[in-house]
Design a protein around this ligand. Structure first.
Ligand SMILES: Cc1cc2nc3c(=O)[nH]c(=O)nc-3n(C[C@H](O)[C@H](O)[C@H](O)COP(=O)(O)OP(=O)(O)OC[C@H]3O[C@@H](n4cnc5c(N)ncnc54)[C@H](O)[C@@H]3O)c2cc1C
Length: 505
């Protein structure tokens, strides 16, 4: 991944088969899909890859137990199929996670066991493990911190777990290995049209202000909660189709949840589910579903969302988690597609939506991380059809994502050259300086935030630790990219003020 050479390609004036706007799961998936079918593909992302919702998920590769409760079998079955493909194609970034649903009433064990067995059955050959009823004793031994008052037992089921922004990086690498060109910090700012059809996309390098016009045979809008801005850039009379819904997560120390199992609270006061999931030696608690008016890139948690999660989790534990125990709070926006007359976003469709505009712009939005591959396949199929490109079959169902062995080899070589790079950034976390150097040289990291929030996950795991590391990380990347002291200082100030929003003080 080399940003300067990709930018040079943008000036060449050559025509792209597909230009994909948006570097989250959907856009990057589409880049992998299109490039692996042999189309000449360009992807642009206005910030860093995965800066939007795709780095802010609950980290579950799942069919969605909740959608089963709502009776949406088709959606659950498709997501379970995709869950199976993703676990197979990216084993280095995904894992099988055991979940326990605690039961406090006599009928709950049987009730949840029936529903979750059906969930497992729907996954067919791609099942991750059998659903089982647990006795009270077994539940306490697997969830040692569970509140035992009135506990009758639990139900064990399995789902997938992953590292979302690392998967984005590996999707980017995969797309590039298949010949795609990808560039971060590059924003689509306009369309050029002939006979009302889009023929080129205007781009701005947001780091330098340089402008480019890239000829395109087809354009995919994969901009998540920013979908409407792109649709209106294409047609100023278009009505909004996305209703953003905010979800927050609180990250706490693993000692609150000893053991390897996750907990699923099956029914919150607002009729949703809530998870406590071990992740990178911490525990992620979430999430919420709060309709918001506007889409912003750094959404902020609401007081009531914080109390909602703490209240619910504390009801189920023998502990009390306080605000001061929260190591990081991270927030994402779901790009839910509007249905007229529906006020409650929890009831809006979680399926994906595809729209083809009169200009030929193909918009793909909604859905979830787990189904990104299918969304990408649908988007590329439609773009190929609209632009009358030669039809080629999608091959991503069995396509390996990333190159963990190649990465490992380079990391070892870097450390052999400079043994100091084997040192950890922070004693409590496994990330090394070699990984930082690798991310700058091979993963297009441009800022301290890219390194601390998405190439490593320190900002989401422990915002305080990330703040203390900012000066050293900014100095390191500044030196590697040949930046001056003023740039380095601006990085530290900018990152620190951002990271403070991830702290509950
Ligand atoms: C709280 C929460 C928890 C979730 N948990 C899960 C989960 O556990 N499992 C799961 O499967 N799904 C989960 N999801 C859903 C999943 O995260 C999203 O469906 C998915 O990340 C959306 O990806 P995307 O690529 O469509 O959007 P995004 O990741 O938002 O990407 C869109 C990108 O487009 C870029 N962009 C916008 N405008 C422009 C422009 N003009 N030029 C260039 N780039 C532009 C943005 O900067 C952004 O990076 C969760 C969602 C939320 C909100």
């Amino acid at each position: 991944m080399h940003r300067p050479s990709t930018l040079q390609q943008l000036s060449s004036g050559s025509q792209w088969d597909l230009v994909i706007i948006g570097g989250g799961a959907t856009g990057l998936g589409a880049a992998v899909d299109a490039a692996s079918r042999g189309y000449k593909t360009l992807l642009v992302e206005q910030y860093d890859f995965a800066k939007g919702t795709s780095s802010r998920s609950t980290k579950l590769v799942h069919g969605g137990v909740r959608y089963l409760q709502q009776g949406n079998i088709k959606l659950v079955r498709e997501a379970l199929r995709e869950r199976g493909y993703l676990l197979k194609n990216a084993p280095h970034l995904t894992s099988i996670q055991a979940f326990i649903v605690p039961a406090f009433r006599w009928w709950e064990k049987a009730y949840y066991a029936i529903g979750l067995s059906m969930y497992d059955l729907l996954s067919g050959k791609l099942s991750l493990g059998k659903t089982k009823i647990l006795s009270r004793k077994q539940t306490i031994s697997r969830l040692p911190a569970i509140s035992t008052k009135g506990l009758s037992g639990g139900v064990l089921y399995h789902d997938g777990q992953f590292d979302d922004s690392r998967l984005c990086t590996d999707l980017a690498i995969t797309a590039i290995n298949y010949g795609a060109s990808l560039v971060n910090y590059c924003k689509a700012v306009g369309f050029e049209k002939e006979k009302e059809k889009i023929v080129a996309v205007q781009l701005e390098d947001t780091l330098t202000g340089n402008l480019y016009t890239v000829p395109a045979r087809s354009v995919i809008n994969a901009t998540g909660v920013f979908t409407d801005a792109l649709l209106q850039m294409d047609d100023s009379t278009r009505e909004a189709m996305v209703s953003p819904s905010q979800g927050i997560h609180l990250v706490v120390d693993k000692h609150f949840f000893p053991g390897d199992d996750a907990m699923m609270i099956p029914k919150t006061d607002d009729g949703r589910v809530l998870f406590a999931v071990p992740w990178h030696r911490q525990v992620v608690l979430g999430t919420t579903d709060t309709p918001v008016e506007t889409a912003v890139i750094e959404p902020k948690p609401l007081e009531e969302e914080i109390s909602f999660i703490l209240d619910h989790i504390n009801r189920y534990g023998s502990f009390t988690i306080r605000r001061s125990d929260v190591k990081s709070v991270f927030v994402g926006l779901r790009p839910l597609v509007k249905k007229s007359g529906t006020g409650n976003t929890a009831l809006l469709s979680r399926d994906h939506t595809l729209l083809i505009a009169a200009s030929g712009l193909v918009t793909i939005t909604g859905g979830k991380w787990t189904t990104y591959r299918k969304m990408a396949e649908d988007a590329v199929d439609n773009a190929v059809f609209v632009a009358k490109l030669a039809k080629r079959e999608c091959i991503t169902r069995d396509l390996r994502i990333g190159d963990p062995a190649g990465r490992e080899k380079i990391l070892t070589a870097l450390i052999a050259e400079d043994p100091a790079l084997a040192e950890k950034l922070h004693p409590a976390y496994p990330y090394t300086w070699a990984e930082i150097l690798y991310a700058i040289r091979y993963e297009m990291a441009q800022t301290a935030e890219d390194l601390l929030a998405r190439r490593t996950r320190l900002l989401l795991l422990d915002a305080e630790a990330a703040i203390t590391l900012a000066p050293a990380v900014a100095a390191f990347i500044g030196q590697e990219l040949g930046k001056d002291d003023a740039w380095r200082e601006a990085q530290v100030t900018g990152f620190t003020s951002l990271a403070k929003q991830y702290l509950l003080v």
